[in-house]
Design a protein around this ligand. Structure first.
Ligand SMILES: C[S@@+](CC[C@H](N)C(=O)[O-])C[C@H]1O[C@@H](n2cnc3c(N)ncnc32)[C@H](O)[C@@H]1O
Length: 369
């Protein structure tokens, strides 16, 4: 059994770090929240569990080296002392990302070169360089801040929002991890009805159904750590098996609708790919025609159309929908859209969280109707 205690970092999109830290607490961890994520430590099983279960994180990094660095030679030597052979496969390409801040070593390209030299020295071989964004590349992330150099290896591989179910999407899909974050900050109880009347490719209702059924978001995708020399296949398979048997059987009414029939077809296909076919009621409807379902209380969580598309008459559709919200007395509403649009359309809702979505600053506002 591997008894090593790993120092790890769950990277999260700026704005939702607190949600990721809260998810870590739910996994029984005491995290330290930092800009861009949360730091925590624990055994190999925790590395696997966080990759498997965290719904809002972007990736899980393992801190391999942390040292004071004032000169380049020192970087090569200190990096070379770490057990890179446990993580790096010498035949796979290596990608390095480096940032330097408030430090004597300020040239990120030069630092990255020395880190690579240190890893190569340890492994006794030269590594291929991976181009940015190449699938299956091993990624090492270097951060130099106030003369302290932290070198981490990415254990996730593909970004964690890529659960594997979204085979197709519309022009403005919401990342799966951000959809999950919206559900958490909405305070949905996982049992009351949940509705997304602008559902597009279905991300919010699908994430809601995964949550309600206790389905691990990472159960259907590969991870980089599976290629590491310290990969414990038996442990990983036991965690996967536990995740499958532990699936809860809440059956809340979850629905998604969209005015575009093509989007509804895509949402249904994505739902089937997520292994929860039939759990969500997807329909082609104008949002203003969506009616409350199943009980007095429910949640509407939605990502409104915005930007250039509003010029094609979508603004009128949103106004019609807002007028009809009277029918949803007693329901909770969370809307995600650019800040000014949200303030103008929903002055009574309060701001919940702000982050960047596809390069646009957006805000979620929420409140009881
Ligand atoms: C920002 S996208 C939603 C993206 C979605 N969250 C996803 O992850 O794919 C907005 C969606 O609203 C739909 N839409 C626009 N006007 C509508 C209306 N009046 N009623 C229903 N759906 C509408 C568009 O077809 C589009 O799919």
């Amino acid at each position: 059994m591997n008894t090593t205690v790993f120092k790890m970092f769950a990277a999260a999109q700026p704005g939702i770090e607190a949600v990721t830290a809260w998810e870590l607490v739910r996994l029984g961890v005491t995290p330290r929240m930092l800009p861009g994520g949360a730091e925590f430590s624990g055994p190999l099983s925790l590395l696997y569990r966080t990759n498997l279960w965290l719904r809002t994180a972007s990736r899980i990094l393992v801190r391999v080296a942390e040292f004071k660095a004032l000169g380049f030679k020192e970087v090569v030597e200190k990096v070379a002392r770490r057990p890179w052979e446990l993580y790096i496969d010498p035949v796979k390409p290596l990608q390095l990302r480096c940032t330097c801040r408030k430090s004597r070593l300020y040239h990120s390209g030069a630092v990255a070169e020395r880190v690579r030299a240190g890893i190569e020295k340890r492994l006794g071989t030269q590594l291929q360089d991976a181009k940015e964004g190449v699938q299956d590349a091993q990624m090492v992330i270097v951060r130099v801040a106030r003369n302290v150099c932290t070198v981490s290896i990415d254990s996730s591989g593909r970004h964690l929002h890529k659960r594997g179910y979204r085979k197709q999407a519309g022009p403005a899909p919401l990342r799966e991890n951000l959809a999950a974050a919206l559900l958490f900050i909405s305070g949905w109880d996982e049992e009351s009805p949940l509705m997304d009347p602008f559902c597009g490719s279905g991300t919010i209702p699908i994430e809601a159904a995964l949550l309600a059924t206790g389905t691990a978001p990472g159960a259907r995708r590969p991870f980089s750590f599976q290629g590491w020399r310290n990969f414990d296949k038996e442990l990983w398979e036991s965690l996967l098996a536990q995740a499958r048997t532990g699936e809860a059987h809440h059956r809340p009414s979850i629905s998604g609708s969209d005015a575009d029939l093509e989007m509804v077809k895509i949402a249904k296909a994505n739902c089937a790919a997520a292994g929860i076919e039939g759990r969500i009621d997807f329909r082609c409807l104008d949002a203003s025609a969506a009616m409350p379902t199943g009980g007095k209380r429910g949640w509407i969580v939605t990502n409104l159309p915005y930007g250039a598309r509003l010029q094609d008459g979508e603004g009128d559709g949103i106004r019609r929908w807002i007028k009809g919200l009277r029918r949803f007395d007693g329901w909770w509403l969370t809307v995600l859209c650019p800040k000014r649009m949200g303030r103008r359309l929903f002055p009574r809702l309060r701001p919940l969280v702000r982050f960047s979505n596809g390069g646009i600053e957006v805000e979620a506002r929420g409140g009881w109707l």
